[in-house]
Design a protein around this ligand. Structure first.
Ligand code: HEM
Length: 427
């Protein structure tokens, strides 16, 4: 509609397809032309305006009144009637959480709920993350070959997420299936037949979340964000509603789990592809925090995010009407040479790597960012110490779950010579 209202659409803009092979393979490279020539453009295929330069993406994140986050979790592909009916069968009622809540409701909620995310609280989780990581590495350290996603990077962040939320650990295999279904449901382009199968899993995920929540309500004295939120509800019943608790119970697992699992796989892949950088951090583990930040900038796990325009405005000088939807490609912003020197290079000494927008920016900026950083640092610390001779299995093809936003390889095969493990030489 916005295009019909008089905005000429360039051939590249009209050809832009975020579900096509180019964007799926490398989002920032797929929109390089846009950063250079047309940094804000309307995509008729998607029905969204696409924003690709650093300053523009940041300006959109900064103003959450003009650019409402309410559509952040909306399904990007219109849902078939059959899939809607399937979801209804499970009483699916995912509503606002934090990430897609407008002001004035959002800030009071964020304030009431942020305590478990503070650095003082997070240190309590560190031994658990360290122990889990070691256990998983123990299982494959002598094998010589592993799919790091299947054998570590998926389950450790899932377990950490469940601990952080205070959720019982059972049903992990099922949850893994459910959370993939949720990604496809929200950010993907499933066919009509797939939609029904996906909706079945999303519906079950929703019901499961409700069951766990009921269990926790009976005794909310334990550790974790959900018991904390249940207790907070008693003091602030108008701020923390029942629907909200059910929604964060499900959305919280996805927010904490897949983002971090994907970020870890992206980081290790990137470092092994840049062998000299990997060797630098093996030699000096003090560089690991920088490496984590640089990996999040270069190959973050959230490639793009969304906002709804609430009044006629401009982005990067381009007029955008009220009601327009924006796809803000933060992965592209992170590779904008107007902000980062030699943005495609992995540089541990870059002084502004933390300016990246992988965690968003402003009043909705990721609450879990320090938990995610801690996990990534521990993964790199354990792997560089115990398997410095790790390398990617050559000629493997990396596949990605097709969607606009959540990004990480589905498998990451690595190999090494177990006889050369440092712990064998120095037991
Ligand atoms: C919000 C990314 C890990 C919990 C967000 C947003 C992004 C994001 C892009 C939206 C920001 C905005 O709108 O400005 C990531 C990435 C992660 C990660 C890339 C891992 C590398 C986590 C973890 C948790 C978490 C581990 C929980 C333990 C949240 C919450 C919000 C959020 C609660 C909503 C904050 C609000 O709207 O006030 N995250 N996230 N995230 N994230 Fe994360």
């Amino acid at each position: 509609a916005a295009a019909a209202a008089g905005c000429p659409v360039s051939p590249r803009a009209s050809a832009f397809d975020p579900f096509g092979p180019e964007y799926q393979a490398d989002p920032p490279a797929a929109v390089r032309w846009s950063r250079d020539e047309e940094p804000v453009f309307y995509s008729p295929r998607l029905g969204y305006w696409v924003v690709t330069r650093y300053d523009d993406v940041k300006a959109v994140f900064r103003d959450n009144t003009t650019f409402s986050p309410s559509i952040a979790l909306e399904k990007i592909t219109p849902v078939s009637a059959e899939a809607t009916a399937t979801l209804a069968k499970y009483g699916y009622a995912m509503d606002r959480t934090l990430v897609n809540e407008d002001e004035p409701e959002h800030m009071p909620r964020r304030r009431v709920l942020m305590h478990p995310f503070t650095p003082e609280q997070l240190v309590h989780h560190e031994p658990m993350v360290r122990r889990l990581t070691r256990e998983y590495v123990d299982r494959f350290v002598d094998a010589g070959k592993a799919d790091l996603v299947d054998e570590m990077l998926w389950e450790v962040p899932l377990t950490v997420a469940l601990h952080f939320l205070g959720v019982p650990e059972e049903d992990m295999a099922t949850l893994r299936e459910y959370s993939i279904a949720h990604t496809v449901n929200t950010w993907g382009r499933p066919s009509p037949e797939e939609q029904v199968a996906v909706a079945e899993n999303v519906g079950k995920f929703w019901q499961y979340a409700g069951t766990v929540l009921d269990k926790l309500r009976q005794d909310p004295s334990g550790h974790g964000w959900i018991p904390y939120s249940i207790r907070a509800q008693r003091e602030h019943p108008d701020v923390i509603t029942d629907s909200y608790l059910h929604s964060i119970m499900m959305a919280g697992i996805v927010a904490a789990h897949e983002t971090t699992a994907n970020a870890a796989a992206n980081a290790i892949k990137l470092l092994l592809e840049n062998r000299s950088v990997w060797e630098e951090i093996c030699a000096d583990p003090g560089l690991i925090p920088h490496a984590v930040e640089e990996c999040l900038r270069h190959s973050g796990s959230v490639a793009a995010w969304r906002r709804l325009v609430t009044r006629d405005t401009t982005v990067g000088g381009v007029p955008i009407p009220r009601g327009a939807k924006l796809l803000i490609v933060n992965s592209s912003a992170n590779r904008d040479e107007r902000h980062f020197d030699h943005p495609d290079e992995v540089d541990l000494r870059r002084d502004n790597a933390t300016d990246h927008l992988t965690f968003g920016y402003g009043s909705h900026q990721c609450l879990g960012k320090n938990l995610a950083r801690m996990e990534l640092q521990i993964f790199l610390d354990e792997l560089t110490r115990r398997l410095p001779h790790l390398e990617l299995v050559p000629d493997q093809e990396f596949t990605y779950v097709p969607n606009t936003s959540f990004r990480g390889p589905e498998h990451l095969w690595v190999q090494w010579d177990p006889a050369a493990n440092p712990e064998r030489a120095d037991p």
